[in-house]
Structures are given as C-alpha cells and as structure tokens.
Design a protein around this ligand. Structure first.
Ligand SMILES: [Zn+2]
Length: 95
C-alpha cells in the first residue's frame, strides 16, 4: 500500500496519455480518458457505482498533474479537478 512515487511521469497531450515509469522494467501508459473515468473523488466513485461511466467524454484531456506528496491531483479539460490519485491507485490502474 505504501507505494513510492514513480521515477518519472510524462503527460503527452498530443497522444492524450500519461507515461508512468515506476522502474526501468515497469513502464505504464494510461490514457487521459482512462484516468478521467477512474477519478477517485467521492462524486465519481458514486457515479461509477450507478453505472454512469459513459459520462466521460472520449476527447477529455488531462491538463495538469499537481504533486500532492502521496499522489497526484489531476486537472481535466472538462473542468474536473477533484480527484487525487494516490501512487498505489495509479499503479493499480496501469496493470
Ligand atoms: Zn472525480
């Protein structure tokens, strides 16, 4: 559970994906849509439980990633910035 921060993170706005390098042998690619759809804030969690995942726009973009110590706050082009993604959660998404 005590996942350390990745070695590097790079947000490719052109490809709409984030490349997360956990180690030299463990590099994961997460699409912006996937990240938005997996937003861990209370509102999005509730929406997913209710089956409203389709609300995520396929063209959604990740505008910014703000380090929060234990993870990242992500800001999306649809104005949503409530999600804070702990490192452990981010790693789960990449598997
Ligand atoms: Zn959310």
């Amino acid at each position: 559970m005590n996942q350390a921060a990745p070695l590097s993170l790079s947000n490719s706005k052109k490809n709409k994906q984030v490349v997360v390098k956990w180690s030299d042998a463990d590099i994961k690619i997460l699409s912006h849509q996937r990240l938005r759809g997996a937003c861990p804030c209370a509102k999005c969690r509730a929406a997913r439980i209710q089956g409203k995942i389709s609300l995520v726009d396929a063209d959604v973009e990740l505008i910014a990633m703000n380090p929060m110590g234990y993870g990242l706050q992500m800001v999306f082009s649809d104005g949503h910035d409530r999600g804070i993604y702990p490192w452990s959660y981010l790693q789960e998404l990449g598997t």
